[in-house]
Structure formats: C-alpha cells, structure tokens
Design a protein around this ligand. Structure first.
Ligand code: ADP
Length: 330
C-alpha cells in the first residue's frame, strides 16, 4: 500500500513556541517524515490575516524553516517549503471560498476569538481572517492529503476541510481526498504558563508564560519556575481543577515520555515539579538551539532546501488544482 500523504504547517506570526514543538514539530520529526510522504510548510499567506510587518514576516518565515531543519526534519525524507512559493494554494483557495458557506466560516471558534481580541484593541478585522479556513482547506486538499497532524486547536478547521472536500466532490465529481486530523497523543495543547486556561500561542503578546524555542536557557528556566500554579499544594493531575499543575505535568510527560498521572505521584511540591519541568525542557531545546545556530550561518543551504521543496510541492499540487478548475467549469 502507498504511504499516506501528510500535510502540516506553521504560521510565521511569531517565534515558534514550546507548544509548536511538543504539539506538532516533534512528531513530524520523529514519526511522520519516515512513515509517510510528508509535506511541511511555512504558511506565510496565513500570516497576513492580521496586521503584519513585511520585514518581520520575511524574517520569521526563514526562522521557522530553519527551525524545521534544526528540529530534525530531513529534506531527504520530507518536503519543506514556503506556502507563497507555490501558487496553487491561492488558486485553490478561491474555489474553496466558492464551496464554503459564509455561516460556517463565521462559526469557527478561532475566528470568533480573534475577532474579539482585535476589536478589544480597536482594530478592524481583515476579510482574510474570516476566509482563512478556505485557504487552509486548499493547503491540505491540493496535495491529496490523507492525514493532518495538528494540535487540537486546529481540529475544527480540519473538520471544515473534510466537509468542503465532500461537498466539492458531490457537486463536481471526485477530485479531492477527504483528509483526517491526527492529534498527538500527549501535549495536544500546551497552555500559557501564566494563564493555563489559554493556549501557549506564538502570536500572543510577548509573554512571560510563553517559552520560545530560541529562548536562552536561563530565560526558559525562569519562565517555568515562575509558572502560575493552583491553590492547594499537592501535585495532582486534574486538568479541570488544577489547570496550572496539570499543564506542567503534561509538558514534563511530553518531554520525558512518561504519563502525567504517574509523574504526579513522584513530586510532593510545586517547586520540585517546576525544577524537573525546567530541566526537561532545557534538555529538549538544547540540541535544537545549537543546530539552529549552525544553520543560520548557512542561509544558502536553507534557500536550496526551500527551492527544491517548492518545486516538488508545485508538481504535486498542479494536476489536482487543474482538475478542480476543470471540474467547476473553468
Ligand atoms: P500558533 O497558534 O502558535 O500560531 P500555528 O497556528 O502556526 O501556531 O500552529 C502550528 C502547529 O502547532 C499546529 O499544528 C498547532 O496545532 C500546533 N500548536 C500551536 N500552539 C500549540 C500549543 N500551545 N500546544 C500544542 N500544539 C500547538
């Protein structure tokens, strides 16, 4: 049987976080690139859905691609590229907008949350923020993707992608593969260390509760030692009643390969738990930071990888997107 096709991506809207690593990148590296035909993409078009600074987007795009490589994605085993280098994403996105209903876009939780955030700051909302899931559907469907390994913050968008694929196929004929989300078993959602009820998101305001992959070691330690814990003092794994401590246990479990419920029994104080989490995270990030520094010194290499990746991606997407255009009568 053919290997499954996988597509996943990261938006260059901020520096990559521990959440991106534990929730996405690490599994791409350790499993997906070897067992599947995997495409990993810096989805830069998605970074334009909110106010952006052109130079910063360009810099963050390169940094994300460099971190993909630093984390261990191997261009001999997977395809690495930048979304805007492959026109098929934007081309297919329009057909997805013509397949989706206005109402189902407006129901997306992330859209509602971001609208609330932007309007609280007195900012207007770009139309592309609403249509974002159409572009995301295009990203996935252009490649005949079978599996989308994403954190559970993205499952609603993948559900919508499935609906759009089925709807399109029903209306115009079988063009698209219906993909499925494959959430990671642990650390599906790393929460902000200062606000364990909201996820650790790279595009959130620069925060003390967010660990960035390129943070200095002592900064990582400090952020973890200052994590908000819960009232009470016993270490118990209970995401409802003890969100702060449970988040730390999830991170520790993800870093060490243990089970959060079991790890909880090994610690009798919050301080000891935090110390263990800090060391585990520092150890996970150490090789990644070192490799990032090496790769940053060789921009030509990174460029070459992205160029070859875009070429392969284009060759894969073109026939399917052409078929979709033909199917709708164009
Ligand atoms: P962000 O929300 O940080 O901007 P993206 O939307 O670019 O991240 O998502 C990139 C990948 O990282 C997705 O697979 C997403 O599910 C995952 N991810 C992002 N934040 C977290 C988190 N806090 N915990 C787990 N996974 C996350």
């Amino acid at each position: 049987t053919a290997r499954p096709r996988i597509f996943s991506g990261v938006k260059p809207t901020g520096h990559l976080t521990l959440g991106n690593y534990l929730g996405a990148l690490r599994r791409w590296v350790e499993e997906d690139q070897y067992r599947a035909d995997a495409l990993f993409c810096v989805v830069d078009l998605h970074a334009l859905t909110v106010e952006h600074d052109p130079a910063r987007v360009r810099r963050l795009t390169r940094q994300a691609a460099t971190l993909f490589l630093a984390a261990g994605l191997d261009p001999a085993h997977c395809t690495l590229f930048v979304q805007s280098h492959v026109d098929e994403h934007a081309r297919l996105s329009y057909l997805m907008e013509c397949t989706a209903a206005d109402g189902e876009m407006r129901r997306m939780i992330q859209y509602k949350e971001k609208v609330a955030r932007e309007s609280a700051r007195g900012r207007s909302v770009r139309l592309s923020l609403l249509t974002y899931p159409a572009l995301m559907a295009a990203d996935i469907l252009a490649y005949g993707t079978n599996e989308v390994p994403v954190g559970d913050d993205q499952t609603q968008h993948v559900e919508l992608t499935r609906d759009l694929a089925r709807r399109f196929n029903q209306r115009y004929g079988p063009v698209f593969t219906v993909p499925r989300a494959t959430p990671p078993p642990v650390a599906a959602r790393v929460m902000d260390l200062q606000d364990p009820l909201s996820k650790m998101g790279k595009s959130h305001a620069e925060g003390r509760g967010i660990v960035y992959l390129l943070d200095e070691t002592d900064v990582v330690r400090k952020k973890i030692m200052r994590a908000v814990t819960d009232s009470g003092s016993d270490v118990r794994y209970d995401r409802e009643e003890r969100p702060g401590v449970s988040n730390l246990l999830d991170v520790l479990a993800a870093c060490t390969g243990g089970k959060p419920e079991v790890l909880a029994e090994e610690y009798t104080s919050y301080g000891a738990l935090k110390g263990a989490v800090a060391e585990a995270v520092v150890e996970v990030l150490r090789p990644l930071r070192a490799r990032h520094a090496e790769l940053s010194a060789d921009p030509g290499y990174v460029d070459g990888v992205l160029r070859a990746g875009a070429e392969r991606a284009r060759a894969l997407a073109r026939p399917r997107v052409d078929a979709a255009y033909a199917a709708v009568g164009l």
